[in-house]
Design a protein around this ligand. Structure first.
Ligand code: TXE
Length: 479
């Protein structure tokens, strides 16, 4: 299967005919190729976006909304096909892609198709000065969207949908590790009647194609989700050109469990928040802190539950844990398990590569729980982004709050407690962008989404995303 760029509504080979192998993590085999697009391809995509901008930015909100909702419906009608493609590219269970990734990609278009019809700006009457100010919210022009491999179509569309809803035209690049569903999206956009040039998808490596997008002098904004080091690099390139930046980066999220919680609900959800999508979600609760009085019980129950998870080929309906996204990433995660052992961590379960009959070269790793004796060890401080969690006990609120905040990241936190005062005071004190109390990853697309510290700058979601993708202009009229 040869993936092509989607420029001006047409599928095209990269100008210089440079390609990257596309791997299937479930069996470690190359099953296709993806363009490694050059600066010239990005320029072509930019020109196409720029030519479409005037008309698209003048298209009525009703019409934009209608097209976005049509894209959403077409995605919904093709869930199985997209889910299978996502799974083949990423290694995640098909069942997960069909239940979460693709429906959410469809929701992203539906949500922003509706949101744009409700988005409004303010007016300010300058009392006593006979003047009125009103604010225009104008689209930026051509914007860049760069997304990662863990939730490929889900995060790709989370950026594209608000960008085009707000009247911008887009040059977008999915991760070179998981390009397939972004490729398929082009076809759907054409069927939905999205005018050509409004969305342009260029495939390739971060260091070639991604770099060309962030360096492009006329691309007005970059919306990026990915690693913290890449985010810092993008900021260094884009900031001197005064591009608007939204950076959603890594996380090392605490999952804080108090003895007074609903234990069964907590246990069930903690298995999910630890290992869903092979632990490759920036929101996973990878540092588990448990109140000392229930620590021993939790440890036994958690290990037992995690051992029940079925690791297998992503297309098996019974599979809970599929393959890790790439060989390189599997090796990175394994290295962290070794570091944990050197730093006195005790592997309570998992920790080993798994060979599945018939798919011997696939990238499988057991879900892994590591008991640590200090929150300062590397596996408790650095983002592993795989099926690895740490557990350790804590004494009281102050103690756990200090440990929770003592990392460079600040994306999300989960609190398990039945105490309202504690959940509210701790939510105030946690240095994160999102707190879940007695739940995890319950998403309402209207809410601001993003992190603090090394987890990024800016917020996605709801009107925050529409504000990001528009420029406010104040008009003051004296009468
Ligand atoms: O991400 P990269 P990688 C974390 C996780 C993971 C680590 C590295 O810890 O192990 O990051 O993952 C594009 N200019 N997260 O290396 O490189 C790249 O092509 C422009 C957390 O896969 O940041 C891809 O499209 N673009 C995370 C996107 O950036 C560049 C999800 C992300 O890739 C570029 C993924 C450049 N110079 C990884 N270099 C989350 N927050 O959910 C790379 N890219």
């Amino acid at each position: 299967m040869t993936i092509k760029n989607f420029i001006n509504g047409k599928f095209e080979n990269p100008i210089h005919k440079h390609w990257i192998d596309n791997y299937c993590p479930a069996n470690g085999e190359v099953y296709g190729k993806t363009p490694n697009s050059s600066k010239e391809d990005v320029e072509k995509a930019y020109q196409s976006a720029q030519s479409a901008f005037r008309l698209w930015s003048q298209t009525t909100l009703d019409e934009r909304s209608r097209i976005l909702i049509k894209i959403s419906e077409l995605l919904e009608a093709n869930i199985q096909r997209f889910a299978e493609a996502e799974s083949k590219d990423n290694g995640k269970p098909v069942s997960l892609a069909a239940a979460v990734d693709i429906p959410r990609a469809a929701s992203n278009f539906r949500f922003f198709g509706n949101a744009i019809t409700q988005f409004a700006s303010e007016s300010h009457e300058s009392v006593g000065q006979n003047a009125i100010n009103y604010t225009l919210r104008q689209p930026l022009g051509v914007v860049g969207c760069i997304s990662p491999w863990n939730l490929p179509l889900y995060l790709f569309t989370w950026k594209i949908a608000p960008a085009i809803a707000a009247g911008n035209c887009v040059v977008a690049k999915p991760s070179e590790v998981t390009p397939m569903t972004a490729y398929l999206l082009g076809e759907i956009c054409n069927k939905a009647g999205l005018p050509k040039g409004v969305l342009n998808i260029v495939h390739g490596m971060g260091t070639t194609t991604g770099q060309a997008i962030i360096e492009h002098p006329s691309i007005k904004a970059i919306s990026f989700t990915g690693g913290t080091a890449t985010g810092a690099h993008i900021a260094r390139i884009a900031a001197p050109m005064f591009k608007k930046l939204s950076l959603e980066l890594g996380g090392k999220n605490p999952n804080i469990i108090f003895a007074d919680c609903d234990y069964d609900e907590m246990l069930k959800t903690t298995v999910r928040s630890s290992f869903a999508n092979q632990g490759q979600i920036c929101l996973c609760g990878s540092r588990i802190f448990v109140e000392a009085s229930i620590y021993d019980k939790f440890k036994i129950d958690f290990v037992a539950k995690v051992k029940e998870l079925k690791l297998g080929h992503p297309s098996e309906a019974s599979t809970d844990i599929g393959a890790i996204v790439s060989k390189q990433h599997l090796e990175k995660v394994l290295t962290y398990i070794e570091i944990a052992k050197q730093e006195n961590g005790k592997v309570l379960c998992g920790g080993q590569k798994v060979t599945i009959e018939g798919f011997e070269n696939g990238y499988y790793l057991q879900p892994t729980i590591i008991e640590v004796d200090t929150d300062e060890c590397s596996v408790n401080q650095e983002e592993i982004f795989g099926p690895v969690v740490t557990i350790m006990p804590f004494k009281n609120e102050d103690d756990v709050l200090e440990m929770a905040n003592k990392v460079k990241y600040g994306l999300s936190a989960t609190l398990w407690t039945d105490n309202l005062k504690r959940s509210m005071t701790m939510s105030n004190e946690l240095q994160v962008g999102i707190v879940w109390v007695n739940t995890w990853m319950l998403r309402d697309l209207r809410t601001p989404f993003g992190g603090v510290k090394a987890s990024g700058v800016g917020r996605e979601g709801g009107f925050e995303a529409l504000r990001f993708f528009t420029e406010a202009k104040n008009v003051c009229i004296k009468y």
